[in-house]
Every structure is written in C-alpha cells, then in structure tokens.
Design a binder for this molecule. Structure first.
Ligand SMILES: Nc1ncnc2c1ncn2[C@@H]1O[C@H](COP(=O)(O)OP(=O)(O)OP(=O)(O)O)[C@@H](O)[C@H]1O
Length: 610
C-alpha cells in the first residue's frame, strides 16, 4: 500500500511537471527546468556517495567531464548514434568512478577531499591542455543531440527526457537505498569496523558508491553536452564540483534531498547568473548556513518537523511463538559444528614495538561452551579478540576456525564464516533504527543482489520482508521489540549494548566474541545479561567473552582463560582458576590479598583496576 502511494505520488508529480512544457514555450523556463533535471540527476548519485556512504567528494566535475566528452567525441568525431553515445557516457564515467575510488579508499575526511580535488584538477587540465583530442577552450562542435523518431529533441522534449530519466533514477535509487544497500552504505558511513564485523565489505560498498555517483554525473555531463551540441573546457571547473556537493549537502541525505537541493540551487543559479560575484558569495553563505542551521540538510529539517507533528509509532506487537521457534532452529543450524574444537590458535604473537599484548598464545575454544577471557588491565584481552575477528593482523602464528585458517582474511569474510562480535566501546549505527541495525547484521543472509534492489524486483521485496521478520524475532528474543523503530543512538546505554548483541546475533554466528558485555550496566542489567548469555549458549552458539565482573564470569563460564602481559598464565574450570596462585598474583601481587582472594572472588573483581 505504501509502495502504491509513493508510485501515485511520483506519477502525479511527473504529470504536473510534464504539463509545464505544454503550457509554456518560454525558452528560459524550459531551460531552467531542464537544468533542474540535470542537476538532480548528478546530485541523486552523489547523494549515495556523500549522504549515505559518507565520502565527501570535491571532484565530481571530473566525472561530469568524462560523460560530457565521451558523448561529444563519440558523436562528433566517430558518428555514433546519440543514444548509444549517451549510454556509453554513463558507462565510461562509471569506469572512472572505479579509478577515483581506488586511491580514495586509502584515505578519509579531508585527505579524501584532497584526492577527489586532485582528480577534478587533472581532468580539468587534460581537457584544457590536450588540444588535439579535447580542443581546449575552443571546444568540440557538432555533438549530436538525442533524437525522437529521427528528429533532434526540441526544448520541450528535452524537459520530458530529463524528467523521465530523473524519475527512473529516483525510483531505482529509492529502491536501492531503502533496503540492504542503503543500510550497508549507512553502516560504512557510521562505523567502518563495525560494518565489516557484521559482514559488510567496506571496500566493495565504497567502490559501489563512487561508481553510482560517477554514472549519474556522467549522464548529466552527456545531457548538457548533447543539448548544447557543444562542449569546451570552460564547463569543467572546481566551482562545478562545489556546486554539486552543495546541492547534496543543502538538500540532505534523504532520497528527496537531491531534488530539494537541485530545485533551490538551480533556481538561485539561474536568477543570480547576471551577477557572478554575488552568485559565488551566495553559494558560500548558503553552504555555511546549511552546515550550521541544518546539519541534515533541508530534507532532514523538514522530516524533523514532520516527526515532531506527526503520529508516533505505537509499540510493536509480539510475533507468534512458532516464528521464534523457527528462528531458533535456523540459528542453531548455522551454529552447529561437527568437531569439538571450534577455534584453535597456535603460537599467536603480536607486538607493538616493545609491547607484546599477545605472546605465543595457544588456545582452544570448545564448541557449545562459554569461555571467559580474564586478566588485569592491559593484559591483551581486547587485542586477542581483535586478532581473532581479523581487525588486527597477528605478527605470526595460526588461527583455525571451523577447520580453516582465517589469518589474513578480511574481517567481513571471517564474519561470514560464523564469527560474530561486540565491542568494548559500543560501535552501533547510531543514526539508524534498532531494527535496521539488526538488519545490517543480516546483510550476508539477504540473497537478492544489486540489480534486484535497483530494479525493485520481487526477489528484493521478498528478501527484505524475510529480513524484517527475522530481525523482529531477534529483537523479541532479546526483549527489544518495543524499541524496534527507535534510533539506536537514542536508547539508554544498557539497551544500546543489547542492540549490539542483537546485531551480532543476526549474523548467525557459531562463535560469538563479547568484549566486556557488562561494562556500564547496572546490577540488575548485569543479572539479566547472565540469563541472556545462557540463552544464547542454549541456541548452540559458542561464546568467548572478556569480562571484569568476576561473579558474572564465575556464574556462566564453562572454561576460563587468564592472560597476563599477553601470555596465558592459567586456564580451566572457573573454580580451579579462581584458586590458582599465579592468577591471584597477577591480579593482586601481595600475599595478604592473595589469601583473601582465594576465598573471595569479589576481591578479584575489586582489584582489577589496581
Ligand atoms: N594499536 C596499538 N598500538 C600500540 N599498543 C597497543 C595497541 N593496542 C593495544 N596496545 C597495547 O597492548 C596492551 C594490551 O592492550 P589490550 O587493550 O589488548 O588490553 P586489555 O587486556 O583488553 O585491557 P583492558 O582490560 O584495559 O581493556 C596495552 O599495553 C595496550 O596499550
């Protein structure tokens, strides 16, 4: 029904805009409408890169140029069919999108902006200096315009074509961004390590975002060139890159943001064109205003108001018990492993200069057990979890998980093999709803691919519905169903910890690594956590947890491993470890307290920050 409403809205919008060229033949108005469409097209793709994936680019004039010159050269020099050249322009820009993405993947923030500026400058120089091919300022004449029934498009038809392309782009990007791909881009944007740890390849999604933005910018370049039947190097300026970025930042991250941005800024651009000095001043002022007053852009501000005055979603109803039972069975099946030893490390070693947080560690994790990793502050517990989950590469040594070596594998692949984790310092996707956080965890289990989502095929809708249903089961399992629609970052700390656990469970792990799951929890929440961990173990999931709350460790562990200065100094059943003199010495170091701790586990807990 919702989908239907949206489609009707789009049709009504298209009908109104499509009527304008029928009602007027004013060349200026038609040109402005055409430019709004072109700018929208460029910004719609750039929004995926900047708004969703969080990669600021100041070089998209370069990709606009790739599209523009591809269309120009193929039609004016090689006589290609103009529609074919138009398609080739998008494809060529997409290829350049990969070229710019590869160096950009190594850097972030301001450094990324510099890389993209560099790309834009290189393209600008190439088209202005390489006269033989690109004809510099003199430009390329005789570019073939798009045609309809063999005739070049007239001003009205250009508006209709760009309107059709804009609507196609909107429908496709909306379908892409409202599902698995949009969530993955947002996850990459908010917390790269967390995204990888739940099975999202940061590398792949950054490249994809660059390519999408490049393709739509390439089409925009080709449209301008083919409509003008001319292009020269003066079109390709740094200002154009700023203009595109401004549309996206001003419009905001939603799928409607680029449209709002394109309408406002194109109109402004058209009316201020007579006063170029004022024009640039206005852009600068608008950018500052947008960043200061509307950090989420115009669409963000509008939806904020709508939320304030609109209806609040009611609490979610619980699902039928048989659905939860089906989910349990599915998770248990994913966690099942024939052999006793689920994970084994041998000679695992990691050094940071003189600090050796992991020193020749041999450990075995038994399938179906709860293992605790304890040790004084700085003993190397988190480092070990980071090595096991692939975030930190070991200097040497081997790790075998489910019978296969995982050293050197990317984090998201290790997750896909069945190793899930949470973090000591929460790494939630704070701007996303609780249920969407969990659905990011389901990423690898959603089969429908890029084209299914882009084209809105039934497979994508079916898999999305399946993911929503599974996420609801997970939330219900952890008692979070009432918070499904809340923003993850808005929840109290204890619930946020639980959401992270839900997200990790969604990956359907065989081994779950929990880094201080009780940190920051009150006593009641800690007691509840014991039950939660037990019920996760009862699903058949093996657990390795780091914890400083000794009573929690003693209550739930089948096996305890004790680290000190990166070495394993003891392991075994909780009671045995608790009485081990080396462990007590590592924690306390004095004879009197040693005696006390032998009989009082809370002394161990209390001494941890010594
Ligand atoms: N990236 C790094 N660069 C340099 N030293 C590091 C790095 N990561 C960890 N260390 C050092 O390795 C040692 C072990 O750190 P780690 O965080 O693994 O300890 P921990 O047992 O988890 O401690 P805590 O209980 O305080 O969380 C510390 O001395 C830490 O300073």
């Amino acid at each position: 029904m919702h989908k239907f409403k949206h489609l009707l809205g789009v049709i009504a919008f298209a009908a109104v805009l499509g009527l304008v060229p029928v009602l007027t033949d004013n060349g200026f108005y038609l040109k402005v409408l055409f430019l709004i469409g072109v700018n929208y097209l460029a910004a719609a793709g750039l929004n995926v890169l900047v708004g969703y994936a969080g990669q600021k680019s100041l070089g998209h004039a370069g990709l606009f140029a790739v599209g523009a010159y591809t269309a120009a050269l193929l039609t004016a020099r090689l006589g290609w069919n103009p529609w074919l050249a138009f398609a080739a322009a998008g494809a060529m820009a997409g290829l350049f999108g990969v070229v710019i993405a590869l160096p950009a993947l190594r850097v972030r923030g301001p450094a990324l902006a510099m890389v993209t500026i560099g790309f834009g400058v290189v393209v600008e120089k190439v088209v202005s200096e390489w006269q033989d091919v690109f004809a510099g300022q003199q430009g390329i004449y005789g570019v073939l315009p798009l045609t309809w029934q063999g005739q070049p498009l007239d001003s009205r038809q250009w508006v209709w074509v760009v309107l059709a392309l804009g609507i196609a782009a909107h429908l496709m990007l909306r379908s892409l961004l409202r599902g698995k791909y949009g969530r993955a881009f947002m996850a990459v944007n908010t917390a790269e390590v967390a995204a990888e740890s739940v099975g999202v390849s940061v590398y792949r999604y950054k490249v994809l975002a660059f390519v999408i933005s490049a393709v739509t910018c390439g089409f925009a370049g080709a449209l301008i060139t083919q409509q003008n039947q001319y292009i020269n190097s003066d079109f390709i300026t740094f200002n154009l890159s700023v203009f595109f970025l401004l549309i996206v930042l001003f419009g905001g991250r939603s799928v409607y943001g680029p449209l709002l941005g394109a309408v406002v800024l194109t109109l402004l651009d058209a009316f201020l064109a007579r006063w170029p000095g004022v024009q640039h001043f206005t852009y600068g002022a608008l950018l500052l205003f947008a960043l200061y007053a509307m950090p989420d852009g115009l669409s963000g501000a509008l939806s904020g108001w709508a939320r304030r005055f609109g209806a609040k979603p009611g609490p979610a109803a619980s699902d039928a018990p048989e659905l939860l039972a089906a989910w349990r069975a599915r998770v248990a099946e994913a966690a099942a492993y024939g052999s006793q030893v689920l994970l084994r490390t041998q000679g695992l070693y990691k050094a940071y200069g003189g600090v050796v947080p992991t020193n020749n560690l041999d450990i075995e994790i038994q399938s179906g057990h709860v293992h605790s990793l304890i040790g004084p502050n700085g003993a190397g517990k988190t480092t070990l979890l980071n090595i096991l989950s692939g975030i930190v590469p070991p200097s040497r040594g081997s790790i075998e998980f489910r019978g296969a070596s995982i050293v050197g594998r990317p984090v998201f692949r290790i997750c896909n093999m069945g190793l899930g984790r949470t973090f000591q310092n929460l790494k939630l996707f704070a701007d996303m709803s609780v249920i969407d956080n969990v659905k990011v965890g389901l990423h690898q289990h959603i089969r429908a691919g890029f084209w299914s989502y882009l084209l809105g095929l039934p497979a994508a809708a079916r898999d999305e519905a399946g993911a929503t249903a599974e996420a609801r089961q997970i939330l219900q399992f952890l008692g979070l169903q009432a918070h499904a629609q809340a923003l993850a970052g808005s929840l109290p700390y204890g619930l946020q910890r639980r959401v992270e656990l839900a997200r990790a469970l969604a990956t359907r792990p065989a081994l779950l690594l929990l880094d201080e799951p009780a940190a920051g929890l009150n006593p009641q929440e800690t007691a509840e956590l014991v039950d939660v961990i037990r019920s996760i173990r009862d699903l058949g999931i093996t657990i390795l947890l780091i914890e400083h709350h000794m009573d929690l460790v003693m209550a739930i562990s089948d096996h305890v491993i004790v680290l000190d200065y990166g070495e394993k100094i003891a392991e075994g059943q909780p009671a045995a470890v608790q009485g081990n003199p080396r462990v007590i010495a590592a924690y306390l170091g004095t004879d009197e307290e040693e005696e006390e701790a032998l009989h009082n586990p809370e002394a161990l807990a209390g001494a941890r920050h010594v």
